[in-house]
Design a binder for this molecule. Structure first.
Ligand SMILES: [Zn+2]
Length: 337
């Protein structure tokens, strides 16, 4: 991969901040948007970004140069028909019975959703993004993890977001690809150790709130088939989160385990569920995610802006707040909500 065409928006000497947006379904789309609005209002510019599934969609939008305010306006009016076009019931049964299900690889294709992406992206290819951007998917032919970094954004974003069974896989370079959450929720390795970063902020909104439920409880809920997919995807807690039995922190940190010295900060907001493919309630999630991100990160704003490697880890470990906070810049995004 090459990043020769990318340019950092940062001035020399400013800490390099990487952002990783996790998978998270429909809820994740709104949650990541709120998170990025918070980063903007905290004055924390992004040098590199990676995303998976919902994180690939929102990350791709912002990396392409689409102003957050425009993207938020789009989310206020989006309808499920813009991204979800399942087979008709008669068509589905005909193909299931008449063709023994041959060729059915998912309930909806991704063409409509790809068009939705193209319409809202400011740039159409990775190479024209405002900063290096990466999207995670899995290659169904050999089970390998793929990190997209070149080529057309829309099909690769939708490959990253093609939840198995719900969406048909997307063919990219003759490989069938689907949701990267099958292999990794948050592709930290796409940017950490590769982009000379001082800090990597992971917005983790993947973990299903039903993770502790029994299968009997899952089956008693509406849309239990989707809950089964949830259980499969979210069967293990990712490495970058603290042990939930010993920590209730919603912001945590550690040094990069691969040795580049970057500080990895993870925030895990508490947000309501959003049943697929509904959009009602999405804007409330966005607002909550934005407010929680500001709450969680503003105590560390100075460390993030001045010296993440030196100040941040110590401050986060102590759980103390900076005495020299820089005021949150309330940009005109407030008017959008
Ligand atoms: Zn690293």
């Amino acid at each position: 991969m090459t990043d020769a065409n990318h340019s950092s928006p940062l001035t020399p000497g400013y800490p390099r901040i990487g952002v990783v947006l996790s998978s998270g379904g429909g809820r994740g789309v709104y949650a990541h948007t709120g998170f990025l609005m918070a980063l903007e209002s905290l004055g924390l510019p992004i040098s590199a970004m990676a995303g998976c599934s919902a994180g690939a969609l929102v990350g791709g939008m912002v990396a392409s140069g689409t102003p957050l305010s425009n993207w938020v306006s789009t989310l206020t009016t989006v309808e499920k028909k813009d991204f979800w076009q399942p087979l008709s019931l008669p068509g589905f049964f005909w193909r299931m019975v008449g063709h023994k299900g041959r060729g059915i690889s998912g309930l909806s294709d991704t063409q409509t959703a790809q068009e939705f992406c193209r319409k809202n992206l400011n740039a159409q290819i990775f190479e024209d993004c405002q900063f290096p951007f990466y999207a995670l998917a899995i290659n169904l032919d050999d089970g390998e993890k793929i990190i997209f970094s070149t080529g057309e954004l829309a099909p690769r974003i939708m490959a990253s977001a093609a939840i198995p069974i719900l969406y048909q896989p997307v063919k990219i370079d003759n490989k069938y690809c689907c949701d990267g959450a099958v292999v990794d929720f948050a592709p930290t390795d796409a940017i950490c150790c590769l982009q000379n970063l001082d800090v990597v902020i992971i917005n983790h909104v993947s973990q299903s709130s039903d993770g502790t439920q029994s299968m009997e409880q899952t089956l008693s809920q509406p849309w239990s088939m989707l809950k089964i997919i949830d259980r499969l995807l979210y069967r293990s807690r990712p490495w970058y989160l603290p042990d939930e039995r010993t920590s209730s922190k919603r912001v945590s940190s550690q040094r990069c385990p691969c040795g580049c010295g970057a500080i990895i900060v993870v925030i895990e907001p508490k947000l309501p569920e959003l049943t697929w493919p509904m959009t009602d309630g999405g804007m409330k999630i966005l607002t909550m995610a934005r407010a929680q991100t500001v709450d969680l990160l503003s105590p560390y704003q100075t460390a993030l802006q001045i010296d993440p490697r030196g100040m941040l880890l110590k401050q986060l470990a102590e759980g103390c707040e900076s005495n020299a906070q820089i005021p949150v810049q309330n940009k005109n995004l407030d008017g959008v909500l």
